[in-house]
Ligand binder design. Structure first.
Ligand code: ADP
Length: 270
């Protein structure tokens, strides 16, 4: 596709209108291709668990199963159904993010609240298999939409847990920069990502290792949600990683959306 764009551009060079039109067509073609890819991906992601569930239903209907077998089949069917539910929830989140107005810049959310909720989530997910460290006292407030900010933070912290083998460390830090902007960073000692994959991680359904992602409950949409959320808040997602050593995913927040309220003085204090 890139080659045909170039040849059109050269042939129509000097004819501004035709040049613009040809670019429009190329953009539309690209958007159409992306939509087709997206629909194909969603269909594939739903078809796999659905096929498993359909197979189990047939088995249950045609074979006499012991009580133990019946329980096991039901458990496996439950897992696949859960997978579809998570996928649909993530798809709805993405659709809502695309269609809703930018988050408010005057609604202040305590970062400590977001950190505490994400810590509870990650602790349950890790189930004691990792060492998790969160900032102990964080007086910062962030302006925006609380559920969105929480989902961005939870996604990167939970990914750190999911892509870090047992015994690894996950460390969450807060830092305010000289220009007033802020940074929440999640560092792990996990499997890491090769350099060439990093720019594509926020694409929908892009996974480095599909089976590991699915086995740990991933939909391939998490980082795409994170990128949307952080961009809507005027910030950026920064990723650095080294294969086999670990990764660092940082949410960068602009100065206008970060503040540290003055500590309340006790009565009698000056
Ligand atoms: P998934 O549901 O597959 O985890 P995400 O969009 O959250 O989807 O992440 C996309 C891909 O990025 C993952 O499949 C994984 O390959 C990679 N990834 C994300 N976080 C990490 C991490 N902390 N360490 C290593 N790889 C990661």
């Amino acid at each position: 596709r890139a080659r045909s764009t170039l040849s059109i551009a050269i042939r129509t060079y000097g004819e501004g209108l035709r040049l613009v039109l040809s670019q429009d067509v190329t953009q539309r073609e690209r958007a159409d291709a992306m939509r087709r890819d997206f629909v194909a991906n969603v269909s594939h992601e739903i078809r796999s668990p659905l096929t498993v569930v359909a197979g189990f239903i047939e088995t249950m209907g045609s074979l006499p199963l012991t009580e133990v077998e019946r329980k096991r089949v039901l458990m496996l069917m439950g897992q696949q159904t859960q997978r579809m539910q998570t996928l649909v929830a993530d798809l709805l989140t993405l659709a809502q993010l695309e269609g809703s107005p930018r988050p408010p810049s005057d609604r202040w959310v305590p970062l400590s609240k977001l950190l505490a909720q994400s810590q509870a989530d990650a602790t349950a997910l890790s189930a004691g298999r990792h060492v998790l460290t969160f900032p102990s006292d964080c007086p910062v407030q962030v302006a925006g939409n609380e559920p969105e900010l929480l989902s961005a933070l939870t996604n990167i912290v939970n990914n750190a847990v999911r892509y870090t083998p047992e015994g690894g460390r996950i460390t969450v830090t807060w830092r305010s920069r000289d220009d007033g902007s802020g940074e929440v960073a999640v560092t792990d000692t996990g499997i890491g990502v090769e350099r060439e994959h990093i720019p594509r991680l926020t694409e929908r359904f892009y996974r480095v290792d599909g089976s590991r992602s699915r086995d740990t409950g991933g939909t391939g949409l998490g980082l795409s949600i994170v990128k949307h959320v952080i961009q809507r808040h005027g910030g950026e997602l920064e990723v650095t990683s080294e294969i086999g050593k670990g990764s660092r995913f940082a949410l960068l927040l602009p100065a206008a959306r970060v503040r540290v309220p003055a500590p309340r003085t006790q009565a009698g204090e000056r």
